[in-house]
Design a protein around this ligand. Structure first.
Ligand code: 5RP
Length: 266
């Protein structure tokens, strides 16, 4: 790995622990103003100091994030369809030039691949092109194994295939979903894996358990959105998730940290 690319990646996956808490706020690129992300600036600002990296689009980065921040940015560069596109949701392309990612001082770029859909070829070849440009310019590429509305696809067999393909096409790290037998996914993916949180779970403990299990089974961290900022106590939530990821906290300990954070205790 060239120095610049490795340096960018190490700004995201923290060398002290080898782990990462990424905060995902890129949902508007196909969902529009979803709940609690209507005003991205007010959602992002209080959480930014607690995130190792922020995943977002260039529009929100330019309009809503203070350029004085030290937090590394992971720029979503794929898109092209909205939630209204039904089964065509997978019809994504690369929507941002790599030069703009460099101009924005991004630490990585992210693109979704839709394995098993009729657009798998275009999204996989898009990943290849992005990796080619990333190698030229020292920019790491995060591949997101998107499942669209087909949540039933989130089993280990499918996700292991999609994650492995992302790595084979050259992604430097991969974002996927947590599933049963997650070790089968992580064990066959030769690059670091982070998990998305997915739709908001019923309780905070469900989130802490999912994060703990994913880390124990080979993930290097989380790239979580709704389960953090759709919580009424988002700051307490991200601090508790950090304890799981960076300090090896159990779900029970994370629960205590969350409750203390809610009460305003340090
Ligand atoms: C959308 C994404 C989101 O960033 C991702 O789903 C993470 O957010 P959440 O934890 O809310 O699922 O990549 O394709």
């Amino acid at each position: 790995m060239d120095w610049g690319l490795e340096n960018r990646l190490k700004r995201i996956i923290r060398p002290e622990t080898g782990r990462v808490v990424m905060l995902a706020v890129d949902h508007g690129y196909f969902l529009g103003p979803i709940t609690r992300l209507e005003d991205p600036r007010s959602t992002i600002a209080p959480l930014l100091p607690h995130a190792d990296a922020l995943m977002l689009t260039r529009g929100v980065l330019r309009a809503c994030v203070d350029p004085g921040t030290d937090t590394p940015m992971v720029l979503r560069v794929s898109g092209g369809r909205s939630i209204l596109a039904g089964e065509d949701l997978s019809d994504e392309g690369i929507a941002v030039a790599m030069e703009d990612a460099v101009r924005l001082n991004a630490s990585a770029v992210a693109l979704s691949i839709f394995v098993g859909t009729r657009h798998e070829r275009q999204t996989l070849l898009g990943l290849s092109r992005l990796v080619d440009r990333g190698q030229e310019l020292g920019m790491p590429v995060l591949a997101v194994t998107a499942v669209g509305k087909e949540l039933e696809k989130r089993d280990a067999r499918y996700l292991a295939l999609a994650c492995r393909m992302a790595a084979e096409f050259g992604a430097h790290f991969v974002k996927t979903y947590y599933c049963e037998d997650f070790e089968k996914v992580s064990g066959s993916c030769p690059v670091p894996l982070v998990i998305a949180g997915g739709p908001k779970l019923e309780t905070e403990m469900d989130v802490f358990r999912m994060a703990r299990d994913a880390l124990d089974r080979g993930a290097v961290g989380v790239d979580m959105g709704r389960n953090i900022w759709q919580n009424d106590h988002a700051k307490a939530m991200i601090r508790a998730v950090r304890a799981v990821v960076h300090e090896g906290a159990t779900p029970e300990r994370a629960g205590e940290i969350f409750e203390a954070g809610k009460a305003g205790a340090r």
